[in-house]
Write a protein that binds this ligand. Structure first.
Ligand code: SF4
Length: 290
């Protein structure tokens, strides 16, 4: 199997076989992210992808899940993605799910017909990084799209039949920024996208990123655990996504929260209140290894 540099996948893809159909991220400019800084973006040649799939078939008797890496497989031409999905389907008839990260720009570059064809060919699940629903903050972190474009991208994936998982970042505005607008606007954007899964991560600061420079200079003050929980509570007060699975249980989160919206929202708010009173255990800092 060919892997180039560090390979990332969402925690829920722990049991998926990772196929690196691109190397790096086509955007690679978000101020908080260092995942693919060591890589120059490229599309993996089709022959190499085929080699990897054939090799995997020889090694593994059963592969039920695939994850198409790196940061943005949807940047591939639709015809090439359809070919890869066709190969997965013919070589691994037991496969029940193919997932990928999806950047908003790449999603918007596909027509609804492209996305429906990809879904029909077996692409089931996409992870989209909203980060924030607040336009000034989205611009500051250099996501490269507007909130309206993020919402449109999420809605396009859903309309094509894909299961959509969206991440946002608690603490992204800093405690000295407009964290209230970040919380309220992020909830509003998610309400408009109505993803199947919502993951609220916590801001982590990685060496060499613009975010690390902002923290070092005091331009952005990293929130304390209690400030993060206060922001989470405000977010939850404004979220309205019936049926969406909500998780704030990533290694970066101090307070572990999990439930189904909207039915569990009152319990989640109660758990935030308990933590804010000091009546709930907080997780210690967990090093993420990058
Ligand atoms: S689009 Fe995703 S992978 Fe690429 S730089 Fe931004 S956060 Fe990192």
């Amino acid at each position: 199997m060919h892997y180039s540099g560090s390979v990332y996948r969402p925690p829920s893809e722990a049991h998926s076989l990772i196929i690196q159909v691109t190397v790096g991220c086509s955007h690679n400019k978000c101020a908080f992210c260092n995942m693919y800084k060591d890589k120059k973006f490229s599309i993996t040649p089709m022959e190499q992808v085929r080699d990897d799939l054939r090799w995997a078939r020889e090694q593994y008797s059963r592969v039920e899940r695939f994850f198409l890496a790196d940061g943005d497989a949807l940047i591939l031409p639709t015809a090439q993605l359809l070919e890869i999905l066709g190969d997965i389907r013919s070589l691994f008839p037991e496969c029940s799910r193919v997932s990928t990260y999806a950047s908003p720009k790449s999603i918007l570059g596909k027509t609804p017909e492209d996305l429906s064809a990809l879904h029909a060919a077996g692409l089931d699940f996409a992870y989209l990084g909203l980060e924030t629903g607040n336009d000034p903050l989205l611009k500051k972190i250099n996501k490269g799209v507007t909130v309206a474009q993020q919402i449109e991208a999420g809605q396009k994936l859903k309309a094509a039949g894909l299961t959509l998982s969206v991440t946002a970042i608690n603490g992204l505005a800093g405690s000295n920024g407009d964290w209230q607008a970040h919380a309220v606007d992020t909830a509003a954007a998610l309400n408009a996208m109505h993803p199947d899964f919502i993951a609220l991560l916590t801001l982590r600061v990685y060496t060499g990123t613009p975010m690390a420079e902002w923290i070092a200079s005091g331009e952005l003050v990293q929130p304390t655990p209690m400030e993060l929980i206060r922001e989470t509570k405000l977010f939850l007060e404004h979220i309205d996504c019936p049926g969406a699975v909500f998780r704030s249980n990533h290694a970066s989160n101090y307070l572990v929260l999990a439930g189904t919206l909207n039915q569990d929202r009152e319990r989640l708010l109660h758990e935030c209140d308990e933590a804010l009173r000091g009546d709930a255990p907080l997780r210690r800092f967990v090093e993420l290894g990058r």
